[in-house]
Design a protein around this ligand. Structure first.
Ligand SMILES: *[C@@H]1O[C@H](CO)[C@@H](O)[C@H](O)[C@H]1NC(C)=O
Length: 342
């Protein structure tokens, strides 16, 4: 019994080592799912010596290697996914895309084993022998002419930089080798089968690796300046971040939600009360100020206005925003006078 298992083990090993190298593109499901093995020209190969345990540090070596890209199109063509990251899903925020690294002569057998085990999901856990990178990429999707009446789309995806924090210091590698290729996927509209089909849906006609070229209508995603809320430092990022933190907080517990609703009610009431009573109070104050000023020398106040021109400008600005808030200041002349009294 033992001998048999030993024998099959050896046979498997022989088969694996003699197996052919995985092709550039492997079809998983015709029309919908392809795996590209994109040679990474000049990229450092990251590996971990796990003979001593799983917590050993990662190191770099020079070795021909490739990045695995899982290109997948759902049946409703709602988006196009690269390593589970949906592109063209209607969301303006570009997704973070990660990729696993393998040696260039990663075999077809190893690939199918990884596919069966669902190990291709780009993550730190997948154990394909190489590193794991965050990608900076440029991509584009455009219409192309076809002889048929069916619509065709050309998708191009080019990796421009690799990022990894497996190594210390973190690794950042620019893919500027002239031999570097990019991915090109041709999508073709599926014939409409029933009148009830909502919108044109597509299938993948071909996926291949081609020399790099300039892309039309391209959008670039720089890994370090983007996160799941978009490009850092932009307004849309702040809004997205704020909204999702709030939603995260509200859905964290019933009490958070209740607290939030109560807070909104309390703030509304306070604002309402301030509008009603605050207005009366402020009006009195304002009238007093205007009254006192009338007694002062008007010449002096005019000179002061000129001297403090700059700060008046600011003052105006400040009060203008109050005006916008609906506090109802009458006119600019009064605003200037008002600013001086303090
Ligand atoms: C490839 O991506 C699709 C869509 O995200 C996913 O369903 C599938 O499991 C992935 N395949 C592998 C082998 O990771």
């Amino acid at each position: 019994m033992r001998a048999v298992s030993l024998l099959t083990g050896t046979l498997c090993l022989l088969r694996a080592t003699s197996a052919e190298v995985a092709p550039e593109v492997t079809v998983v499901e015709e029309g919908y799912n392809y795996i590209a093995k994109l040679p990474c020209a000049g990229c450092p190969f990251l590996f971990q010596d796990t003979s001593e345990g799983l917590n050993e540090p990662w190191s770099e070596r020079v070795d021909d290697n490739a990045l695995l890209l899982n290109i997948s199109l759902p049946y409703d063509s709602a988006f196009l996914a690269i390593n589970n990251a949906p592109l063209y899903s209607g969301n303006r925020i570009l997704p973070l895309v990660y990729a696993n690294q393998v040696v260039q002569d990663f075999s077809a057998d190893q690939l199918s084993t990884a596919l069966d085990a669902g190990q291709l999901e780009a993550s730190h856990e997948s154990n394909l022998g190489g590193g794991f990178f965050g990608l900076s990429y440029r991509h584009s999707l455009r219409h192309v002419e076809t002889s048929q009446t069916l619509e065709a789309l050309l998708f191009q995806f080019d990796i421009v930089e690799l990022h990894s924090d497996l190594t210390n210091p973190a690794l950042r590698f620019n893919l500027d080798d002239p031999a570097q290729k990019m991915l090109e996927v041709l999508l073709i509209q599926r014939p409409v089968l029933s009148a009830g089909d909502p919108s044109p849906s597509f299938e993948i006609l071909s996926a291949k690796l081609v020399p790099r070229m300039s892309l039309s209508y391209e959008r670039t995603m720089h890994f370090l300046t983007w996160d799941t809320h978009g490009e850092k430092g932009t307004t849309s990022h702040a809004v997205s971040y704020g909204t999702s933190s709030l939603i995260g907080f509200l859905s964290s517990s019933f009490w958070a939600l209740l607290g939030f609703v109560m807070a909104v009610i309390v703030v509304s009431i306070v604002v309402l009360l301030m509008c009603i009573f605050g207005w009366e109070f402020w009006k009195d104050d304002y009238e007093k100020a205007q009254h006192g000023k009338r007694r002062k020398s008007s010449v002096k106040s005019v000179r002061a206005d000129v001297e403090t021109g700059a700060s008046i400008g600011k003052m105006k600005g400040r009060f203008k925003s109050a005006e916008e808030l609906g506090l109802g200041l009458a006119s600019r002349g009064q605003i200037v006078g008002m600013g001086k009294s303090d």
